[in-house]
Design a protein around this ligand. Sequence first.
Ligand SMILES: Nc1ncnc2c1ncn2[C@@H]1O[C@H](COP(=O)(O)OP(=O)(O)OP(=O)(O)O)[C@@H](O)[C@H]1O
Length: 300
Amino acid sequence: MLELKLDRITKQYKEKIAVDHISVSFVNGVYGLLGENGAGKTTLLRMICNLLPPGEGEIVCSGIPIRNMGREYRRLLGYLPQEFGYYPEFTAWRYLMYLASLKALPKELARERCRELLKLVGLEGEERQKIKTFSGGMVRRLGIAQALLNDPEILILDEPTSGLDPRERIRFRNIISSLGKNRIVILSTHIVADVAYIADEILLMKKGKIIGSGTPEELVKRMNGCVWECLIPGDKVGDYTEKYPVSNLKNVDNQVRLRMLSVDKPCANAVPAEPGLEDVYLYFTEEERGAYEDTADRNL
Ligand SMILES: Nc1ncnc2c1ncn2[C@@H]1O[C@H](COP(=O)(O)OP(=O)(O)OP(=O)(O)O)[C@@H](O)[C@H]1O
């Protein structure tokens, strides 16, 4: 089994440190790289794809630095960038066959592979349609198919679900989940639900650093005892949102139900709530606040 190892990977654009000394190892499975816009996800993924050289550090694939692997590494890799290039006038079939020829797949194998992949991504029967007639979700699914043409052992998906409606999103997640069984899949997103169900491991990224990692269950467990719900009068909402990270806010009759993070019970009528991954995300991505700073640290 392949092992991809990042050793103190760093990238700086002028004054801006986009990726800051990241060390992490990947083996088969689905990894969800979760972080806000600008956290450095795309920069990190481009370095993993060997499209961008790290300023510092090394990426090693089963013991060999990828910068020395050239074509051999490209053969192992499938990549779906945030914006992937396609020809709108091409049919899905022509587009995939064209890319297969660029990847030097023999014609018969290419046909077989394209048929298999169109089926996998649920575009069977649509292959003679021009891509310009596809919905956003269909285009993204075609994007996955092109990234899988060479049956890659490492699959990199940059924000694969952006712009998809809920149904397409679910469909997409199911496809990705099945792909992680026998390869490394790394996908980036800022949408918690996209990784909550399918990631074997979540890497939380903020300001170029991995600030938390673990299985979704592990991460959620860390928040035990730190998530609270309470009903408060509407005019007190500001007092609480200023003091605590609030993960949900709902009007109930003449009051407001708040869900917030706090080490200590935030008000007399607060009751402990079951933590979820959104609470974890909020905890890690919020700016530091005194009231809950050591919340998750306490549970580590
Ligand atoms: N070519 C570049 N030149 C200068 N700064 C850049 C360049 N590419 C990215 N950055 C900066 O580096 C930081 C990380 O960007 P990156 O695109 O990697 O983040 P991201 O997490 O993928 O965000 P998004 O989801 O918005 O794409 C941002 O502050 C961005 O402005």
